[in-house]
Structures are given as structure tokens and as C-alpha cells.
Design a protein around this ligand. Structure first.
Ligand SMILES: Nc1ncnc2c1ncn2[C@@H]1O[C@H](COP(=O)(O)OP(=O)(O)OP(=O)(O)O)[C@@H](O)[C@H]1O
Ligand SMILES: CC(C)(CO)[C@@H](O)C(=O)[O-]
Ligand code: BAL
Length: 282
């Protein structure tokens, strides 16, 4: 049985009833198979699964999609039930921020101003603040984050390490549509032609990974990825396409690397990333 709770008091009571290890999956709802994979990973690795569903106003910029973000609680509960979640915590904004917007917010450090943080100022302050609050409220042993939001996963890991938060962060590989598009709640915004244009992101990542597998160097990997992006169905506008090391520090010239991409498709901003293995330099 899946118990739905809305308030802190209800959550505290439900949490006290969970004996054994607890895995928490944080979401903004509009659940899809990517979320379901996180829930199933939690189901396998923890005795109990607690899901949070909260569209966090703190991480949205003034011109972003907070108001229009899909809210589909009934369908989300069905997904949670199917995946065997024990508790769903779906607070209101007033439940989460009873004193209004918090004046104290977590500083994500320099990486918080790069990539997603450069395009969405204040985004990671809002994300890390709500993640820490939800960790405090739910007290998990394990918490699961998708690699699709790779910079978010990296910063959550860093926060947990830097602030000694007693939880294990588990990264879950990106779930994709058969044609390569990374599942994302924002895919719901896409029209049919935009859906076709959105494939430019994953095509760029695939081309970059192929170039690295062929032994090409970092510069050529990036060039191959840019060319594949440009050759996709018109309609996607690149925000960034960057080759970094696995910690999102500036690009390595050999060994493990990460190709990260963000693009606008119409009014929708999508992100994706892939692991790249650069050949050893001669
Ligand atoms: N395709 C996916 N594969 C694996 N994990 C995912 C995928 N999509 C989302 N997640 C993870 O689910 C968690 C909740 O994400 P969220 O509710 O923001 O969904 P989303 O699809 O990323 O939404 P949005 O479209 O707003 O970015 C995050 O840890 C996120 O990385
Ligand atoms: C981690 C999160 C639930 C915080 O609001 C959100 O950023 C998300 O869904 O990835
Ligand atoms: N999926 C990460 C949360 C956000 O884009 O707002």
C-alpha cells in the first residue's frame, strides 16, 4: 500500500512507521519511466521507498515555467503504487516554506555558476536548499538521483560530502526513448516537429562518443558532436555543448570525460549528457 501525505506532521508519523532502511526519490512529479527506474532502484536497495513530489519555486527563475510545469498527482500516485513506494510526500509550497521564501540558502560553490547555473542563475541554490530540507524531513539511508541531471547529481554528492550529510547518494543511468531522446517531464511541452528537433541533443552525444571510441582527440570529439547537432532536424538552438571531466571540471585530454549539452527546442529547454572515454595521448 502507498500512503499519500501532505504535511510535515503526517510525514513525520509515516516516517516513524518505516522500520529498516529507507530510500528517498525526490521528484517534481509528472512521473515517467525515468522516475520509475529510480523508484525500482530504490525498491531493490532499500527496505522502504519514500517519494517526494514538489515543484520547488525556489529553483525557477522569474521567466521560467513554474506556473505551467505539469502537475499530475493522480497519475503520479499510480506510478508510485506500481513501483511499490511506501510513502509519497506531496507538500504544498506553504508546507515547505511556512515563513515564505527562506533567507538562508545553500551556496553551491563555483560549479553552481557554470553550465546550468550560467543559464539559470540561482537554480542550484534553490535545488540544494530544497534537497537538504527534504533530506532533513525524510531522513533516508539512501537517496537516488538520475544521471540525466548530471550537474545536479554532482552538486548533491558534493553537498553531502562537504556538509557531512549522513546519506548515500546513488546515481541512476539515464533512461531514453528507443530513438535516443532522454525521458524528461518537459518533453510533454514538445509538438511533433519539436520532438523530432529534440533528437539533435542525443545525436550530438552519440556522435561525440563514437568519435572518442574511434580514438579521436578531445577537440575532434567536440567537433563531431557539434556537426551532428547541426545536422539534426532544424528547430533546436544550442545553449552549450561542453566536454568536461567526470566532476564537470574543464575538459581532460584523455581518459574518462563527460559531454554535456543543453538546447532550446521552441520554448522548451532540454539537457542531456553522456560518458566519453578519450584515448590515452601518444
Ligand atoms: N530520463 C531519466 N533517466 C534517469 N533519471 C531521470 C530521468 N529523468 C529524470 N530523472 C531523474 O528524476 C529525478 C526527478 O527529476 P524531475 O522530476 O525534475 O524530472 P525531469 O524529467 O528531469 O523533469 P524536467 O523535465 O523538469 O527536467 C531527478 O533525479 C532526475 O535526474
Ligand atoms: C531534485 C529536485 C526534486 C529538487 O527540486 C529537482 O531538481 C528534480 O526533480 O530534479
Ligand atoms: N530536472 C531538474 C529540475 C529542473 O529542471 O528544474
Amino acid at each position: 500500500m502507498t500512503l499519500l501525505v501532505h504535511t510535515r506532521a503526517e510525514l513525520a508519523e509515516a516516517r516513524a512507521g518505516l522500520k529498516g532502511t529507507v530510500g528517498v526519490v525526490m521528484t517534481m512529479g509528472a512521473l515517467h519511466s525515468g522516475h520509475e527506474t529510480l523508484l525500482r532502484a530504490a525498491r531493490e536497495q532499500a527496505d522502504h521507498v519514500l517519494v517526494t513530489i514538489f515543484v520547488n519555486p525556489l529553483q525557477f527563475g522569474p521567466n521560467e515555467d513554474f506556473d505551467r510545469y505539469p502537475r499530475t498527482l493522480d497519475a503520479d500516485l499510480e506510478v508510485c503504487r506500481r513501483a511499490g513506494a511506501d510513502v509519497v510526500f506531496a507538500p504544498s509550497v506553504a508546507d515547505m516554506y511556512p515563513d515564505g521564501q527562506p533567507r538562508v540558502r545553500l551556496d553551491p560553490g563555483p560549479l553552481g555558476a557554470e553550465l546550468e547555473g550560467a543559464s539559470r542563475p540561482g537554480f542550484f541554490h534553490g535545488v540544494l536548499t530544497v534537497v537538504l530540507k527534504l533530506l532533513q524531513l525524510t531522513q533516508p539511508d539512501l537517496t537516488f538521483f538520475g544521471e540525466k541531471d548530471y550537474q545536479q547529481l554532482t552538486l548533491v554528492r558534493r553537498m553531502v560530502r562537504d556538509l557531512d550529510v549522513p546519506v548515500e547518494v546513488i546515481g541512476v543511468p539515464t533512461v531514453r526513448e528507443p530513438d535516443g531522446l532522454a525521458l524528461s517531464s518537459r518533453n510533454r511541452y514538445l509538438s511533433e516537429p519539436e520532438r523530432a528537433a529534440a533528437l539533435s541533443l542525443s545525436a550530438a552525444l552519440r556522435a561525440g562518443a563514437r568519435a572518442a571510441d574511434d580514438g579521436l582527440d578531445a577537440g575532434a570529439v567536440l567537433t563531431a558532436a557539434q556537426a551532428a547537432f547541426g545536422a539534426g532536424t532544424p528547430g533546436a538552438r544550442l545553449d552549450y555543448l561542453v566536454l568536461t571531466d567526470p566532476e564537470l571540471e574543464p575538459g581532460p585530454s584523455s581518459g574518462p570525460a563527460r559531454l554535456v549539452i543543453a538546447a532550446w527546442v521552441g520554448a522548451t529547454r532540454l539537457i542531456d549528457n553522456a560518458a566519453i572515454h578519450l584515448a590515452p595521448r601518444p
